[in-house]
Design a protein around this ligand. Structure first.
Ligand code: AMP
Length: 423
């Protein structure tokens, strides 16, 4: 019996892993440069945490949770990273130790969606959160950091959409305004939007249904309803982005699928490429009320989550990122013991080394060296052992030399570089 990967999940095999690692390393480098530190929180969380934070009437909580019951605990595989990080922040009283915390995370998330290109059931997000800074400087810095990050990966033509939902009071006024605008045309809306009109009218702005799209064309703009404080935050954000020279578009209909956002909201989209409608590379915003909602003190916060699969689809293809490899081919049992010793020596110098311990013929070992793209191959047989030498093959220059055993590590290091310096 054979098993397939579960619907909407996929395997990443070693020949594809280089791009993932490159992206993850670039992300870590960027985050750490901006003063974020990594936090690792559990994949399993209480289901109620997401109901409280993401919102009961969101698609994510209503339809997409991987929920499981164990005894009297109702758990969920996390659908996103912000709620778990907020829970950890509160549960560990981090607010009592430091005024501002900057965290980042990378990991798998789970949503029972209809799988398609760029949309999976297990996918990976990398994200950052700032707790304790009410912005708007931090909002601008975060958006600018992300624009630079995607550019650095070679992803051109990214659209930066920015909006403000205002604080809780504004949001409530906007809900009412949308309801008033959409109610007279309720019979022209999709069934889904009709339901949302009652419990969560902001969600209708997210709808892809052409009937809903038409109805929201003339809908009021949230930016017209901002109160004085919201407006000041919004204007200062726009000024900070202008001063940084960060390109952005004001998108008054941008809402995104989570209920916790307040004030600043943003989304970075790929244009061109193969992502089609799944072109949102990352999204984020402020969530000044969530820490309190999950039991902590009132703490302003802002964060984003970037979909790694989508960024990888948008990233240009480049040469495989494997470092140079040294291959050791021992002929006979005595030589194998020596090869293991030599392998350990080379690795101590930071050289990626594979020792062939299969006991195969020299020809088949050389085939293996070729197939993994090794740069150097070291052949050791009985006569080499007796003379204390190694046959040193430079596989790219197609040359071979006999090198004294004591000099071999330095020769390999000179050809391949150590610690990947010569990659
Ligand atoms: P969200 O957590 O919904 O705000 O999404 C943030 C980012 O995560 C999106 O812009 C996507 O890049 C990515 N993302 C969300 N859902 C999925 C999914 N089902 N499959 C792949 N990527 C996703």
């Amino acid at each position: 019996m054979q098993f397939r990967a579960v619907k909407g999940t996929f395997d990443v095999l070693p020949d594809e892993i280089g791009r993932w690692q490159k992206l993850e390393q670039a992300f870590r480098r960027m985050a750490e440069l901006y003063g974020y530190q990594e936090a690792r929180t559990p994949i399993l969380e209480p289901l109620e945490l997401f109901v409280r934070s993401v919102g009961e009437t969101t698609e994510m909580v209503e339809k997409q949770m991987f929920a499981l019951q164990r005894g009297d605990e109702t758990l969920a595989l996390r659908p996103e990273g912000t709620a778990g990080a907020a829970r950890a922040y509160v549960a560990n009283s981090v607010h009592a130790r430091e005024a501002v915390s900057r965290w980042y995370y990378i990991g798998p998330m789970f949503r029972a969606e209809q799988p398609q290109r760029g949309r999976y059931r297990q996918f990976h997000q990398a994200g950052c959160e700032i707790y304790g800074d009410a912005g708007p400087g931090s909002d601008a810095e975060m958006i600018d950091m992300l624009v630079g990050f995607l550019q650095g990966l070679g992803i051109g033509g990214v659209r930066v959409l920015v909006n403000s939902l205002g604080a809780a009071g504004t949001r409530e006024r906007y809900r009412q305004a949308l309801k008033t605008h959409l109610s007279p045309m309720a019979d022209r809306l999709s069934d889904h939007a009709k339901k949302r009109l009652e419990d969560n009218p902001l969600r209708i702005l997210d709808s892809k249904d052409p009937r809903d799209q038409e109805a929201i064309q003339e809908a009021p703009s949230v930016l017209d309803l901002l109160d004085d404080d919201d407006r000041q935050h919004w204007e200062r954000l726009c000024q900070a982005l202008d001063a940084l020279g960060t390109p952005y578009e004001v998108a008054p209909r941008l809402v995104r699928g989570l209920d916790y956002y307040t004030r600043t909201l943003f989304e970075l989209q790929a244009t061109g490429g193969e992502l089609g409608t799944q072109n949102a590379l990352l999204g984020g915003g402020r969530y000044d009320g969530m820490i309190k909602d999950v039991g902590g003190p009132q703490t302003p916060a802002i964060g984003f989550a970037m979909g790694l699969e989508r960024v990888l689809l948008a990233m240009p293809e480049d040469a495989p990122a494997r470092p140079p490899i040294c291959f050791i081919a021992p002929i006979g049992a005595r030589a194998q013991a020596e090869a293991l010793l030599l392998g350990r020596e080379l690795r101590q110098l930071g050289i990626v080394t594979e020792v062939d311990t299969r006991g195969n013929s020299p020809k088949s070992m050389l085939r293996r060296a070729d197939s993994i793209g090794a740069h150097a191959c070291l052949l050791i047989g009985d006569s080499e052992l007796d003379k204390a030498v190694v046959q040193f093959k430079d596989l790219r220059a197609h040359s071979q030399q006999e090198v004294p055993r004591g000099e071999i590590a330095a020769r390999v290091a000179a050809l391949l570089g150590t610690d990947g310096e010569k990659r």
